[in-house]
Design a protein around this ligand. Structure first.
Ligand code: SF4
Length: 362
């Protein structure tokens, strides 16, 4: 029988904890649940819950956002993307239009969409017009995009893909020599698609406790209790605290679509740089739908600023879990959801937006 939140909190408080235990999560949904439920205040002060690279919009490289803006502004096409992406700012010199929202206001045909089905319907309704789907996301978002492609799309639908795998970012942090956490809460929704096995490297290669969690307080507290006990025992073992949904091997259909349509490539992450084997690109057989191959490339060396953030913005440090959102120099001052300076204040999955929305102001 699984324990409830009150019982888990009691058990956690009864543990003999070290002076400080840093537990990282890598999922915007986890960070939102932790923040909205007030888990940081409910847990003993020794436990630090650190948001890490869990927001796909935040890590989408500036050059991809720039390319989408330039396509919308300069080519005769419709640019469709998930709503979060519209307000993500770029920081390119000599560019007046700094987001897709501004491009739309300037007259570009930019359309926010909520699902791949909506994109297909949009392309079918406009057969004489190119519709470019700018798709940024982690495995859970990219798998439905792969399914869309595998099932067949209209000829006029092109994909500007910016998909990322989650685990390589954690691997990069663990291999960096500056590991800023003692235990990991692994993302339940990614585990649902890819299987829990993807996270075994955390314990097997790095001896770091890890547990997969769902999105309610019970599941998150179960995962926190699990990693604390793993730390105490000195015997880390990946624990699945979301067995209701996360099954061994993940979702075979989703994984089949991903491998049929896409291949894994080195990829750049905004604020982080290039991470080996951390991105998805379309296989050659889908080249007729690949916006990267078919449309002009508006990037040049001066504009490939993938690692950079806007002036004063500490998003890179937030994404890497090195500082908390309210430790950014401009959190709540120059940067708010109404006037976002960095991507972490734009997306519902961004740690800064989540902290602000939960009442944190400075
Ligand atoms: Fe970036 Fe704004 Fe967050 Fe600072 S407060 S890290 S600028 S999103």
């Amino acid at each position: 029988m699984s324990l409830g939140a009150a019982e888990l909190l009691e058990r956690i408080r009864a543990l003999d904890l070290p002076e400080k235990v840093r537990i990282m999560n890598v999922c915007g949904g986890h960070e939102r649940s932790i923040t909205q439920a007030g888990l940081r205040n409910a847990l003993p002060p020794a436990i630090e819950l650190i948001p890490g690279p869990g927001c796909p919009v935040c890590v989408c490289p500036e050059e991809d956002v720039y390319q989408a803006i330039q396509l919308a502004m300069n080519e005769d096409l419709t640019l469709a993307t998930f709503g979060d992406m519209l307000r993500v700012p770029v920081n390119v010199r000599k560019t007046e239009i700094r987001s897709l929202e501004q491009a739309k206001a300037a007259g570009a045909d930019v359309v926010p969409v909520a699902s791949p089905q909506e994109i297909v319907a949009l392309a079918r309704a406009n057969p004489d017009r190119r519709v470019v789907f700018f798709a940024a996301g982690f495995e859970t978002t990219t798998a439905p995009v792969a399914a869309m492609m595998a099932q067949g799309v209209p000829d006029n639908l092109l994909l500007l893909l910016s998909g990322r795998l989650t685990w390589p970012a954690v691997s990069m942090l663990l291999n960096s020599g500056e590991v800023g956490f003692d235990a990991l809460i692994a993302p339940g929704h990614v585990g649902t698609v890819m299987g829990p096995e993807e996270w075994e490297f955390v314990v097997e290669d790095h001896n770091v406790p890890a547990a997969i969690a769902g999105f309610d307080s019970d599941s998150l507290l179960a995962a926190i209790y699990s990693v604390l006990r793993q730390l105490q025992s000195g015997k880390p073992a990946l624990d699945n605290c979301y067995t209701r949904v996360v099954q061994s091997g993940g979702n075979p259909t989703a994984r089949r679509f991903l491998s049929q349509v896409m291949e894994v490539t080195d990829a750049t992450w905004r604020g982080i740089g290039t991470i080996p084997a951390s991105g998805f690109s379309l296989r050659d057989v889908y080249a007729a739908h690949d916006a990267r191959k078919l449309l002009p490339d508006y990037g040049d060396d001066a504009r490939r600023r993938v690692g950079e953030m806007p002036a004063g913005c500490d998003c890179a440090q937030v994404v890497l879990g090195r500082i908390y959102p309210d430790q950014c120099r401009i959190f709540g001052a120059a940067c708010t959801p109404r006037t976002p300076v960095g991507p972490c204040m734009v997306s519902d999955e961004g740690a800064c937006r989540i902290w602000w929305s939960s009442g944190k102001r400075t």
